[in-house]
Design a protein around this ligand. Structure first.
Ligand SMILES: [Zn+2]
Ligand SMILES: [Zn+2]
Length: 433
């Protein structure tokens, strides 16, 4: 409508364009001054953030028991002037930062739980809780979220809009996000967009992501039969049938974890072998229970809805085989939501972070991780469009490799600076979008 009028009236057009330029120019200078403020503040608080991370690391708490961690988060958020809600879906904490003016509402989510692990810690600031360790990096995730809250709170007078910080418990058991939602998270806050990140074995200056799936769809398939006179043959037949659905490129390289980061075939190459694939695990579990036989294994696929097709096909094949009268059921279990990055937002945020922090640090992925990993952030994305990132935590020269759940998992703490800078700036760009 405005454009139409402007075309009709040249004077109006000039005025309109001029006003537009001024408005645009002002916005750019506001955000660039905020980004400078973010970077300065991140440097100022970096040492204190490292201390917080080490405190979380030394006091890890497993899923559903994150009481101390939640208490520390609450105290910190209150100390920097945020509104705080606690006990959301268990030990969940929500911080609310309101800018000086009304505007968009953006949420940042961090998971906060640790996991059981008997393997000795590789750092000096070791876990003080026997059998529990932060080997998935959630100590760093929680710290980065506190850092973002701090630097954005320091820019509060310049901010238009609201930023929500969701500190989610129980990610490792995939229960926390669902519990927070069930407990009314989205009555409490109404984000327009939601973002989050997970430590990954990239260098500590880099982040990566892609539109839509980051992880393959992954489920356990179970075939149940009545006992038969030739159980062994029936089991072999079923294993062979299930394995026939496997479809991966380039043989064994696919199953070598190193390949994921390979520049030629890994996730970041457009010709990656980690797309358009289906995997079927060789680790079959076969159990005889009374007069039933259960055969289970894991199937994964990077192809949307592929697993929905496989289960009926398995059933159909068995029904046309000599075991048709023995078949009881083919079913999936362990069903869980898969991350689904919003296409438009992913492209926009990758662009804005690239412009501010360098294209070389924002890696676009083309394939999906195959080994059954995931994150219950997926349940938030079912409600609110958003993007999930991998945040590099490695420093290969120093021998620090941040592969989550690996026994030697370690972090280059400079990734805290990367996370706070990049994602604080990204949130500001979203507020002003
Ligand atoms: Zn984990
Ligand atoms: Zn994790």
């Amino acid at each position: 409508m405005i454009c139409y009028k402007a075309v009709l009236n040249t004077t109006f057009l000039i005025v309109f364009l001029f006003c537009g330029l001024v408005a645009f120019g002002q916005e750019v200078s506001i955000t660039s001054s905020i980004h400078k403020g973010i970077q300065q503040r991140t440097d100022d608080i970096f040492d204190s953030l490292v201390k917080i991370r080490r405190d979380f690391h030394m006091n890890p708490e497993v899923s559903e028991q994150e009481k101390r961690t939640a208490q520390k988060i609450k105290e910190y958020l209150l100390s920097i002037g945020l509104e705080v809600e606690t006990n959301v879906g268990g030990n969940g904490v929500v911080g609310i930062l309101k800018g000086a003016k009304e505007g968009k509402k953006i949420a940042w989510r961090a998971d906060i739980d640790a996991m059981p692990s008997e393997i000795p810690d590789v750092v000096d600031f070791k876990s003080k809780t026997e059998g529990v360790r932060h080997i998935c990096g959630h100590d760093v995730h929680a710290t980065i979220a506190l850092g973002i809250a701090n630097v954005l709170a320091s820019q509060k007078e310049q901010l238009e809009g609201t930023v929500y910080f969701i500190f989610q418990p129980s990610e490792e058991n995939y229960k926390g996000a669902k519990a927070m939602i069930k407990d009314g998270l989205f009555d409490l806050i109404k984000p327009d967009e939601i973002y989050g990140a997970h430590i990954a074995p990239l260098p500590a200056t880099m982040i990566s992501t892609k539109p839509e799936w980051l992880f393959a769809d992954y489920k356990m398939i179970e075939v149940v039969y009545m006992n038969s006179t030739d159980n062994d043959a029936m089991i072999e037949y079923t294993k062979t049938l299930l394995k026939s659905f496997q479809n991966v490129k380039s043989g064994s390289e696919f199953f070598d974890p190193q390949s994921l980061l390979s520049p030629t075939i890994g996730l970041a190459n457009p010709n990656t072998i980690f797309k358009d694939y289906t995997t079927v695990s060789d680790n079959f579990s076969v159990k005889e229970i009374d007069d039933l036989i259960s055969i289970k294994t894991y199937v994964g696929s990077s192809v949307f809805n592929e697993l929905d097709k496989i289960s009926p096909l398995v059933q159909q094949k068995i029904k046309s085989s000599k075991y048709k009268t023995k078949l009881i059921n083919v079913s999936y279990s362990g069903d869980r939501a898969n991350l689904m990055n919003d296409k438009k937002l992913t492209n926009e945020v990758m662009n804005s972070i690239s412009k501010l922090y360098g294209q070389q640090n924002v890696i676009r992925l083309y394939g999906e991780m195959p080994d059954g990993r995931g994150d219950d952030f997926a349940y938030f994305q079912e409600r609110v469009p958003g993007v999930y990132f991998f945040l590099g935590g490695s420093n290969f020269e120093k021998g620090i490799i941040s592969m989550p759940h690996a026994p030697n998992f370690a972090i280059d703490e400079n990734c805290i600076k990367t996370g706070v800078n990049y994602f604080s700036s990204m949130i500001v760009e979203r507020l002003y979008d």
